[in-house]
Write a new protein. Structure first.
Ligand code: UDP
Ligand code: MG
Length: 324
């Protein structure tokens, strides 16, 4: 019997959480009104995660898994899971139990009411440190100001997606994927469910500061061209300052011909200021051009080293972001 519900769970070195995750997910899945499949996507784990997934599949045939050739990152892992999902809906959740599986029946109830996207919105953020809370708070507000689409604040990737949205996401070839943005972009009927984010069940956070920063930057660059306009603004400000200074110098020369201008300091600060403005602008251009380069290379999104639980025709070795 083909599954109606596909669960997509990215796994990166989660050996300590997999068993407990399975226990809690199973309790939820067993009570669903229809068949479910759980697609674990092993994102190149270097611990025993893949081994544990193999054992789980031996115990429960509803478990399927993909294993990447290396670590491609959380967003790509979710993308791969959605590529392979066969259900009428997909439910994406983190492996570390920060996204409580017990909330899933509520997500499904909303879907049954006619929504195509149901995302979970964080009311509180468990025991995350103040730096993460503050930076997340500021980032989401900045993103909302800059982005062309309305990306809801404080949402993660914990959500339910209807088949129409899954197909729309599968059809998007872009490499720099910011899924919560793409999810907002597809439109349809969307609604939120509020929840309190639990602390991580076990193990270390897999999102390093560098990865989180890259994700945040992707969100802004992929959904806004405002930073590009920043160079025009900065250039205009620099030009205005330069004109102001020229007037000041002329004024000085006319009315105080004897006073030696403190030229060196002024020239140095001006050239540093202009240098900084230019470097910032080149940096911003670089962010966009780098991504254009990534896209035109057209490499597959991921490589697969192991696949279990899918028919032979789906056992592809590379993912190009489209259905095969
Ligand atoms: N993850 C992944 N690849 C990575 C980093 C993280 O698949 O390169 C997975 C990880 O196993 C977890 C989810 O993404 O299931 C979220 O990661 P984490 O809990 O470390 O980050 P958080 O979102 O809580 O900051
Ligand atoms: Mg987490």
């Amino acid at each position: 019997m083909s599954a109606k519900y596909s669960f997509v769970v990215p796994i990166y070195n989660e050996e300590q959480t997999i068993e407990e995750l399975y226990r809690r997910l199973k309790a939820v899945i067993d009570r669903l009104d229809s068949a479910a499949e759980v697609i674990f996507v092993d994102d190149g784990s270097s611990d025993r995660s893949l081994l544990l997934l193999r054992h789980l599949r031996d115990r429960d045939r509803r478990i399927c898994y993909l294993s990447f050739g290396r670590n491609f990152g959380h967003q790509i892992a979710v993308t791969a899971g959605l590529n392979f999902a066969r259900g009428q809906v997909a439910i994406v959740l983190d492996a570390d139990l920060q996204d409580p599986p017990e909330l899933i029946p509520d997500l499904i109830a909303k879907w049954q009411q006619g929504y195509q996207v149901v995302y979970a919105q964080r009311r509180s953020r468990g025991q995350e440190n103040w730096f993460k809370r503050c930076s997340a708070y500021l980032f989401y507000r900045l993103l909302r100001k800059l982005a062309d689409v309305d990306i809801p604040s404080d949402t993660g990737d914990f959500c339910l997606l209807d088949r129409r949205c899954i197909d729309a996401l599968d059809a998007m070839p872009e490499r720099n994927r910011y899924i919560r943005g793409l999810r907002a972009w597809v439109g349809f009927q969307q609604t939120a469910i509020e929840f309190d984010r639990d602390p991580r069940f076990a193990g270390e956070v897999k999102y390093s500061f560098r990865k989180s920063f890259a994700l945040a930057l992707n969100g802004i660059v992929a959904f806004s061209s405002v930073p590009l306009r920043l160079s025009t603004y900065l250039g205009s400000i620099a030009a205005a300052i330069a004109i102001g200074m020229a007037i000041l110098v002329i004024y000085w020369r006319i009315f105080y011909p004897d006073s030696p201008l403190t030229g060196f300091a002024i020239i140095m600060s001006c050239s540093f200021f202009l240098g900084a403005v230019q470097l910032i602008c080149i940096g911003i251009l670089g962010e966009y051009i780098g991504r254009i380069y990534e896209e035109v290379k057209g490499r597959p999104l991921y490589t697969l080293s192991e696949v279990a639980g899918f028919e032979a025709n789906r056992e592809k070795t590379t993912g190009d972001g489209t259905e095969n």
